[in-house]
Design a protein around this ligand. Structure first.
Ligand SMILES: Cc1ncc(COP(=O)(O)O)c(C=O)c1O
Ligand SMILES: N[C@@H](CCOP(=O)(O)O)C(=O)O
Length: 464
């Protein structure tokens, strides 16, 4: 199984190299040269790790890691505190909620990152090397990556987050981890600025090689592959028939993972993209024009994103896998802030995707509505998925699975505003607000971030 860059100017790689490379050397994103088909679909009652193994295995090609997958997936999902790992709750006659937040950091990021932590370990041990992860987070990827990679002798983790733009719980989840190899950096900018800096650091070949840079964001193909497994599992649990999914969307990784599950043969019939007021993707699916504007803070801060990395992977497919076209389009987007696709490409996209933007008021109303109708308390991001699914036209005969991406206790202010009750953190995080924080604040300046990462690595080598 070989992988090519969406921009066509980086070498093709095998799975283990894609895992460790993160972003392609030409700034593109790795995708498989052809999408593999699912060899086997586990029985609907199979444990979640069987779905993860079955979905991931075809992506590993000849990698020796493939043989370890049953053991690694078992280990990764043993840390989830629900017997079903990712429970599927029925809300009404045709709507289900797929809860993805029962991992250690209470967001769907744990589903992929708990496994990636183990895969990184094995791949680094085989090559006898170390790596530095530099990631960008709007709140959830950061703590999930830090938790998955803390205390690893051969890994340093630097996570950039937008200063003052995450929830307090999200910030504390990152800043209270005492492990010496993980570092949370508050950047005086937006998530888009943080993500831009991560990509700029990858583009600096000397820096990238010096630190053995790798990625934990969904620019890393392994993140996407691991996330596509829960779409396969949900389809199997609902009888393997055409199914719609509604996905709260920011960086376009989660909903793109559904696209991948479909390409592998899962009966994914429709995908609803739910955005908050940072609605660049909704506007794209309505008009065919991607036009960035400033990021505004909302009650769903993890989705306060305007430049969605993984859209490039969809663009690659819409453009008939023409890497030159993708390269030119992305260069144009960077310089002018917009690009258009043709009416035929838009039609191709909207045959599968529908989109709706949900503002804060509607988010609060949805948390309230869901609680009144079902007794279930959802977080603001999950509310956007559910609200979006009712804003778009869907075939009423299709079962609909809406993704619950975070535990409500990560966003207590919004939930309290909607329900009058403050959701409690689970026992393992009950003393989060008493733990000492370790915060580094840096200006929105690439050179200062670069020097910080250099210092982290220097400290490591002088301590060795
Ligand atoms: C809780 C939550 N919901 C939804 C999203 C959006 O997911 P994606 O960025 O994969 O589109 C994120 C961030 O990734 C998130 O943290
Ligand atoms: N919402 C995310 C943003 C980064 O997304 P990723 O899926 O590319 O890691 C976050 O919480 O950090």
């Amino acid at each position: 199984m070989r992988y090519a860059s969406t921009r066509g100017q980086a070498p093709d790689l095998e799975f283990d190299d894609v895992l460790l490379a993160g972003l392609a050397a030409d700034g593109g994103l790795y995708v498989p040269k052809t999408f593999p088909r699912l060899d086997t679909v586990p029985a609907s009652t199979a444990p979640y790790q069987d779905f993860a193994t079955a979905t991931l295995k075809p992506f590993f090609g000849d990698s020796a890691l493939a043989a370890e997958l049953p053991e690694l997936t078992k280990q990764a999902y043993a840390r989830f505190d629900h017997a079903a790992v990712l429970p599927l709750l029925q809300l009404d006659h045709r709507t289900w909620l797929l809860e993805l937040f029962h991992g250690p950091t209470l967001a769907f990021k744990d589903v992929a990152l708990q496994l990636l932590g183990l895969l990184f370990d094995r791949a680094l041990a085989k090559r006898q090397r170390r790596m530095t992860v530099v990631g960008a987070t709007s709140g959830d990827t950061g703590s999930a990556a830090m938790e998955a990679l803390r205390d690893r002798a051969n890994v340093d983790v630097v996570v950039l987050y937008p200063h003052g733009r995450t929830s307090e719980v999200q910030r504390r989840q990152m800043t209270t981890i005492p492990s010496a190899n993980v570092h949370a950096v508050a950047v005086e900018g937006t998530f888009d600025d943080c993500q831009d800096m991560v990509k700029a650091l990858f583009a600096d070949t000397a820096f990238r090689d010096r630190h053995g840079l790798s990625a934990v964001n969904s620019i890393n193909w392994a993140r996407i592959a691991a996330q596509s497994a829960y779409y396969v599992a949900a389809c199997a649990r609902l009888g393997w028939k055409p199914t719609a999914f509604s996905v709260p969307t920011g960086n376009f990784g989660n909903v793109y993972a559904a696209y991948v599950a479909r390409a592998m043969g899962a009966p994914v019939a429709k995908l609803v993209v739910g955005t908050n007021s940072n609605d660049i993707l909704t506007r794209f699916f309505h008009s065919g024009r991607m036009q960035s504007s400033g990021v505004v803070p909302t009650l769903s801060p993890s989705m306060d994103i305007q430049v969605s990395s993984n859209f490039e992977r969809l663009l690659f497919e819409l453009a008939g896998r023409d890497a030159t076209r993708v390269r030119d389009t992305m260069a144009g987007f960077r310089s002018s802030g917009s690009f258009d696709v043709s009416p035929a490409e838009l039609k191709q996209a909207t045959d599968l995707f529908a989109a709706a933007a949900i503002d804060d008021e509607a988010t609060i109303a949805e948390i309230r509505r869901t609680r009144a109708a079902t007794g279930i308390t959802i977080d603001p991001h999950s509310a956007i998925g559910l609200a979006a699914s009712r804003r778009v036209q869907l075939d009423p005969d299709l079962p609909l699975v809406s993704l619950a991406c975070a535990h409500p206790a990560k966003f207590p202010d919004a939930v309290e505003r909607a329900t009058g009750e403050r959701p409690k953190l689970p026992a393992h995080l009950a003393d989060l607000f008493d733990r000492p924080e370790r915060i580094t604040i840096l200006p929105n300046d690439l050179n200062q971030v670069r020097s910080f990462v250099d210092r982290v690595a220097l400290t490591k080598s002088s301590a060795a």
